[in-house]
Design a protein around this ligand. Sequence first.
Ligand SMILES: Cc1cc2nc3c(=O)[nH]c(=O)nc-3n(C[C@H](O)[C@H](O)[C@H](O)COP(=O)(O)OP(=O)(O)OC[C@H]3O[C@@H](n4cnc5c(N)ncnc54)[C@H](O)[C@@H]3O)c2cc1C
Length: 379
Amino acid sequence: MDFMLTEEQLMLQDMVRKFAKEEIEPVSSDNERNHRYPADIISQLGELGIMGIAYPVEYGGAGMDFVSYMIAVEEISRYCASTGVIVSAHSSLVCDPIFRFGTEEQKQKYLPDLLSGRKIGSFSLTEAGAGSDAGATSTTAVLDGDHWILNGSKIFATNGKEAEVFVLIASTEPSQKTRGVTTFIVDKDSPGYSIGKVEQKLGIRSSSTVEIILDNVRVPKSAMLGELNKGFKVSMVTLDGGRLGIASQALGIARAAIEDSIKYSKERFQFDQPIANFQAIQWMIADMWTEYESARLLTWRASIMKDKGMNYSREAAMAKLKASEVCMFCANKAIQIHGGYGFTEDFKVERYYRDAKITELYEGTSEIQRLVIARTLLK
Ligand SMILES: Cc1cc2nc3c(=O)[nH]c(=O)nc-3n(C[C@H](O)[C@H](O)[C@H](O)COP(=O)(O)OP(=O)(O)OC[C@H]3O[C@@H](n4cnc5c(N)ncnc54)[C@H](O)[C@@H]3O)c2cc1C
């Protein structure tokens, strides 16, 4: 397996890194502190082709590979983890299932607007009673002539406040549990659709996380995404790709923590010398970088497997598990290296620490990733 980036991937990395440093970094802390969605940044990312990076040009995508998308999410998350998840949830959890499972009509209807970033997407699997147990969905979809009638509520929908296109899961055969759920595409302006509680969060505060209320929402039969009662499979395949997006977000946060720590350790003097002279600090930095690189190798390997059309479920779970735990480790060490100043809002490591935690929770907690990995090994 070749872990060297191609010339095209390196050019993309350079371009996104430059954009993130020049355009995202100056506004990210203020946006995060004020819970402000980075609308301008998202529209510029759309113009650069980043909102539809790994999808065919014929639908309005940039026609690049999945590895390129992973590189972009890491570079964006290096300066703003909120923007990283906005891009990742939109692309992996909405564009991907529509591209993979949609009819030609659905692709033509939704992808050009989504891939260009003109419209934002949100994915809703989670409910109050259905978190890790995603198949326990109680939202229902009942066929009424040529329409489906959806009732229920979803929680924790990333991008839910800004999104115009929703991919969501509802039970179409309640007695069949995971074999009785179906995926639907719902437009924001559907009558009966509304936003409920907007979450106030520990981190990634520039991205919205909301409750979606479905009160007799009537969608045409053609809103079904994929086959009837095959929605659980659609979700699981979708989450495989999504987990790599979160792994890349985690890598971006981890790299931010390491780079800021290196800079600070050279500037901070104690005992008449930079703290970088102390072996205790050097070892922390060495461990952080080694862990970061090992997580990145797992993430790129799984991404290469996805690009090659191989089954990569276990590899995606391993990448997400490792990258999120490395992310927490690096954010923690970064505060240690910054000492008391790291605990204040004067340094960005405080934000990295708050942002890092979510990577161990969403798109499957670390326990669920271990479950996925163990199941494939023990079967
Ligand atoms: C900021 C944010 C954004 C989110 N974005 C989205 C989104 O866009 N779309 C969406 O659908 N969802 C989203 N989620 C939901 C997220 O994916 C879930 O919160 C997550 O899957 C965990 O579900 P839960 O919170 O119900 O925890 P629970 O499932 O209640 O888990 C609680 C604890 O029990 C453990 N546990 C549960 N089952 C097992 C088991 N079988 N074995 C071992 N341990 C177990 C868990 O690991 C965890 O430690 C988001 C959540 C947050 C906080």
